[in-house]
Design a protein around this ligand. Structure first.
Ligand code: PGA
Length: 237
């Protein structure tokens, strides 16, 4: 049982300058993570350097360097002092990319990774969830510095939160897969849930077998985000 409940906000492609300053004025000694668009990483790293806020990037290239216009490398994140990166968010998967390579590069560099997986509505409805999740998990070769975020695509930004039963079924499959397929994994994987979490539903969802939340829309309202942290973080699991 641990009381360590991880809460990350994902700003997606929303202007973050004012938002970051608002967080900085409210955050105090709150522990949380903020995944900000690349152009704001430097500003965020500076604003939160003396706080318990972890600043992370929302994506990273599967290439180390070179002729890949518009992409951002692991080395660039390191140069900015950014130690956390999200890989495989469903909105990034839509654009394609080599997530296995991005994972390998980020892990080799010692970055903390939030690796997102999740089935879409047709996979959910046709009972193919586990097939989709295992195919996405197969890009992982180690669990070093990795948190897995289970985000059913049909729940992202829709206001439809997965039920605790659905989350538990998926998370149990994820934990079992990791146990069987990742060498050296003790079964203690950190698994977050993401999809339409807000201040009204967070406590009920936190009853699922999860270690935290990845929050999109609600993270654009710092007061709501901090309320969620307050409601869920002190829980013992
Ligand atoms: P949401 O987004 O909280 O707005 O559903 C979650 C995410 O995309 O990480």
């Amino acid at each position: 049982m641990t009381s360590n409940f991880h809460i990350f906000g994902n700003f997606k492609m929303h202007a973050a300058g004012r938002l970051l300053r608002e967080y900085a004025s409210l955050v105090g000694d709150t522990r949380l993570g903020l995944l900000v668009p690349h152009p704001y990483l430097s500003q965020a790293a500076h604003l939160f350097q003396d706080t318990h806020v972890v600043v992370g990037a929302q994506s990273v290239s599967g290439h180390a360097q070179g002729a890949h216009t518009g992409q951002v490398s692991v080395g660039m994140l390191q140069e900015l002092g950014v130690g956390t990166v999200m890989i495989g968010h469903s909105e990034v998967r839509q654009q394609g990319g080599d997530f296995k390579a991005a994972l390998a590069l980020a892990q080799a560099a010692g970055l903390r990774v939030i690796y997102c997986i999740g089935e879409d509505i047709s996979a959910y409805e046709s009972g193919k969830r586990d097939d989709v999740l295992s195919a996405q998990l197969a890009d992982l070769t180690t669990l070093d510095q990795v948190m897995v975020a289970y985000e059913p695509v049909w729940s992202i930004g829709t206001g439809v939160v997965a039920s605790v039963d659905d989350i538990n079924a998926a998370v149990s499959m994820i934990r079992q897969w990791l146990l069987e397929n990742i060498p050296g994994n003790s079964g203690e994987a950190t698994v977050l849930y993401g999809g339409s979490i807000n201040e009204n539903n967070c406590e009920a969802v936190a009853d699922a077998d999860i270690n935290g939340f990845l929050m999109g829309g609600a993270s654009l309202k710092p007061k709501v985000m901090l309320e969620v942290v307050k409601l869920c973080k002190q829980r013992s699991y």
